[in-house]
Design a protein around this ligand. Structure first.
Ligand code: WQD
Length: 348
């Protein structure tokens, strides 16, 4: 592979979607490594309180701008004004079911937002982009462990917006000086060990971990387990649950890789370990120290039986690997849930 020799020095990093679940943890991890930050978010699905919580954890303010990434002019100004060296693009909608019923909104936000960002980065001469992608870009029938060369073919509009955005970024990187890393996340779970930041879904959670924790906290009656007749050891689906703080560390590591990236590159961020729904339930029960009411119901449309990462490329290219266990994630998620029963909304 032809490598560009220019060293890339990254000081200031802009985070889009800065007040979201993953970005808030990325902010803390970046600040711990001495990076300067600017957070950008339209607050459509998150709270400004996150900015204060992050400031508390990083012992100093995080500059924050309320802005929609589709506002190209405003975004260009922010990038130029803060002399941004790299962008980590985490702004986007992420509910799979909603993406089926309102696909245009998903393409507008996720694809349109990425195009706007690329334009702004070109205008402000920002050379490096880390893109928040997803393991849902892989074809659902691909065998695990999934490698970066597993076949692409998302099974829903949400996944397609991620895959299309990756391709647009690839085209721009191939024809300009932009360098980009697509981080393909598996299933992010857990919370910062302080219990001060975490996932704050509005309405009933779609994902297993937040739903399970809300049942444990008595906020919901019953966890429904979607199918126990899959071809897996206990019959429930297997996923690769990665602690959000490990995921955040992967972003910091990605910033260190730009010196050796020719144009753009995709990297899986997963643990390489598969856990079943029942494994998650047991680990959550241990963390919350109580039984969690549950029942087995029918399969959920679109679920594949097994999905977990081959994380070896991340180790090779970024020197990164996950260090936290599913039990660690459940303990941290439970601490967050317990200390912030209503998320960021009314908790102190
Ligand atoms: C995990 C397992 C369910 C809820 C989705 C997105 C993916 C990514 C992560 C962002 C499955 C089972 C779930 C419940 C259950 N997001 N389950 N009862 O489907 O692997 O991935 O979130 O990029 O794009 O597709 O995660 O947490 O929804 O489900 O039994 O109430 O838990 O069937 O086996 P999934 P999930």
């Amino acid at each position: 592979m032809r490598l560009r020799s220019t060293a890339v020095h990254i000081n200031t990093v802009a985070l889009t979607g800065a007040t979201g679940y993953i970005a808030s943890h990325v902010a803390v991890a970046l600040a711990a490594q001495g990076h300067r930050l600017v957070g950008i978010d339209n607050l459509s699905n998150s709270s400004q309180i996150v900015v204060d919580r992050v400031a508390e954890l990083i012992d100093g303010p995080m500059p924050f701008v309320k802005l929609d990434v589709r506002d190209t002019v405003g975004l260009t100004e922010v990038l130029a004004e803060h002399e941004v060296d790299a962008v980590i693009h985490l702004a986007g909608l992420k509910a799979v079911g909603e993406s089926v019923t309102d696909s245009l909104r998903y393409h507008d936000n996720n694809v349109g937002g990425t195009i706007s960002l690329l334009r702004a980065m070109q205008s402000a001469s920002v050379p490096a982009l880390v893109f928040s992608s997803s393991a849902t870009v892989y074809r659902p029938d691909q065998p695990s462990p999934l490698t970066e060369s597993s076949r692409i073919g998302p099974g829903n509009p949400y996944g397609r917006t991620k895959s299309i955005a990756e391709q647009i970024i690839d085209d721009v990187a191939a024809s300009s000086s932009l360098r980009a890393v697509h981080l393909r996340y598996f299933n992010p779970v857990g919370a910062h060990e302080s219990g001060r930041i975490g996932e704050d879904p509005i309405g009933p959670p779609n994902n297993l971990m937040p739903f399970t924790m809300q049942v444990a906290a008595g906020q919901r009656e019953m966890l429904q387990i979607f199918g126990d007749d899959y071809n897996t050891p206990d019959g429930t689906c297997i996923r690769d649950y990665i602690h959000v703080s490990d995921l955040a560390d992967g972003h910091v590591a990605a910033l260190g890789a730009f010196g050796s990236i020719e144009t753009s590159e995709a990297i899986n961020l997963g643990t390489g370990r598969g856990s079943s729904v029942l494994d998650v339930l047991r680990s959550a029960e241990k963390a919350a120290d109580r039984p969690i009411p549950h029942q087995i119901v029918g399969r959920r449309d679109g679920d594949s039986a097994v999905s977990f990462a081959d994380p070896s490329h991340a180790l090779e290219r970024l020197g990164w690997q996950a260090t936290r266990s599913l039990d660690d994630a459940c303990q941290d998620h439970w601490r967050w849930q317990h200390q912030n029963p209503t998320g960021y909304r009314t908790s102190p």
